[in-house]
Design a protein around this ligand. Sequence first.
Ligand SMILES: [Zn+2]
Length: 302
Amino acid sequence: MKKILALTLLLLSVFTLSACNDERSTDKLQVVTTTTYIGDMLKQVGGNYIEVIVLMDVGVDPHDYQPRQSDTQKVANADLLVANGLNLEERMGEVFRNVENEKLLILGDYVDEASLLREENGEIDPHIWFDLEIWMDLISVVVDRLSTLDSDNSDIFEKRGQEYVKDLEILDLYIKSRVETLDESKRILVTAHDAFAYFGNAYGFDVYAVQGISTESEASISDIENLAALLVELDVRKVFWETSVPQSTVNALIEATEDLDHDVSVGGELYSDSTGGASQGHETLIRTYRYNVDLIIDSLME
Ligand SMILES: [Zn+2]
């Protein structure tokens, strides 16, 4: 009996080992992404069939991310680099230029011009992950590219892509149902930098921010004073920090409203240009977006 047990255990361990080896097979596609949102999309579509390396850590600001030497190496070793583009990764131009076209996928290049939002100065708003319609369209672009590089698994990428679209449709319905519970007059979102215009556009919020669509340009004192005056005029009582931007920006705005005898407090910290982390359970776009919406609605409802 003991012998049979030992043999079974041996067979089991051999089986497990070989399963592990398959799991780590090096012939999997190696995909590098810039942001956490894109990394999540690739993981959703590629599952265990690809390896995903995300260059920017959770909480990192992509606007001022300076690529490291090791990033260049990771990109050189990869089969594909997927980036946001639209000048989100402002300091990574050289990295992109050094990658051959077949190994580079800039998602922003595939967004319909009419769906893109622009600042008053004509600059394109790069925060496209908060527009779920755009993001859903981009899933098919990712599916196509992965399928070109690994045609054996194209059916799997296609199926996983479709499932991810369905999950995002459910998220969209959830957001709409939450927003409906908030009085229209309270749908005003004020954040550190202008990352939520696509959210505002899709779900009927007016959005304002201390800084513009990039965190690279500092807000002037007069910008802050003007925004403070607007908060008084609109009777806004809550403003939001962002995990990838220093809190001082929003704190300066609160101080400016205090000077106008208007009581404003922080509604919480939103995820803007990075997803949350696995330790908080917010490591995907869907979990991040749900968290943001719950926080926004609950705070503004107070
Ligand atoms: Zn941003």
